[in-house]
Design a protein around this ligand. Structure first.
Ligand code: CTP
Ligand code: MG
Length: 262
């Protein structure tokens, strides 16, 4: 009994160390990303990239936090096992979390943030617009990007139409995150990682990767209206998200929402 508890503590210590190192490695990669973008384009492009990436992924981050906040109850897999004899998803994936995390937290908060940007657009718009006129951006040198990520639509679209496209993107991004999280747990159970035990990288990226995929669907169907995610944003989000996820989980652990800090 005593030995078992020591073993657990030992494991927990190692996992904390791994989480810390992974977060540091990602922060280092963000710094490298900044250097590369600054050398090839300009540092202002990197700032724009940071802002676009956050505007895009916030519904996924919020949905993910929402699932932890209001999850619990009936498991999505109904307690059933897969053909390998292990749980399909496990008890940590519940209907409440899956449906309500995006619906009550991810989507409404993101929609409110976008609404705020529409109200503030008159103040925001001159900043990139002057920057573009002065040639400070080498890559994001068209208002198409700024308009699309801040308030949706193309520069000449009406505001309501733009907001509608933002809502579609938010919806797909938030539910994409929720499904990605299920896929992550499915993979973990197949690899015999039990509920709550970490599977590094997959744990931190499953939701964001699937959010990017789902939210990109409209851009394959209607590329005239929905801007496809560019490789700069995709790669930036892949290195940003693990640090954010580890930070968020550590906070959730410290305030008692999660039993373990990863
Ligand atoms: N949660 C939920 N429903 C979901 C997703 C998450 O209720 N669809 C809640 C659960 O209480 C879960 C917690 O959020 O324990 C943390 O989520 P996560 O870390 O993804 O789950 P784990 O318990 O670590 O399970 P797994 O090993 O499958 O990742
Ligand atoms: Mg987990």
């Amino acid at each position: 009994m005593r030995n078992k508890r020591n073993e657990l503590n030992e494991k927990e210590k190692i996992n904390k160390k791994i989480a810390f190192i992974l977060a540091l490695v990602c922060i280092f990669l963000i710094f490298i990303d900044f250097l590369i973008i600054t050398l090839i384009f300009s540092w202002t492009d990197w700032v724009a990239l940071l802002i676009f990436s956050l505007l895009f992924i916030v519904p996924a981050y919020l949905a993910n936090a929402g699932m932890v906040l209001i999850g619990g109850g009936k498991p999505v897999d109904g307690g059933k096992n897969f053909i390998d004899g292990r749980r399909i998803l496990g008890p940590g994936k519940t209907w409440k979390g899956l449906i309500r995390g995006p619906l009550l937290i991810g989507i409404p908060i993101s929609a409110a943030i976008s609404l705020l940007f529409i109200v503030l657009w008159g103040v925001i718009e001159p900043i990139p617009s002057e920057g573009i006129a002065n040639g400070v951006y080498k890559y994001y040198n068209s208002m198409i990007y700024y308009r699309y990520y801040f308030i949706g639509g193309r520069p000449d679209d009406n505001l309501i139409f733009g907001y509608l496209t933002i809502i579609i993107r938010i919806f797909l991004c938030a539910y994409g995150a929720a499904f990605g999280d299920l896929i992550g747990s499915f993979i973990k159970r197949r690899l015999n990682v039990s509920r709550g035990n970490p599977l590094w990288i997959i744990d931190q990226l499953d939701f964001a990767m699937f959010a990017m995929i789902m939210a990109s669907i409209p851009s394959f169907i209607l590329p005239e209206i929905f801007l496809p995610l560019d490789i700069l944003i995709i790669s930036f989000l892949l290195i940003l998200t693990p640090s954010v996820a580890i930070l968020a989980n550590t906070i959730a652990y410290l305030i008692g929402l999660k039993k373990i800090p990863w």
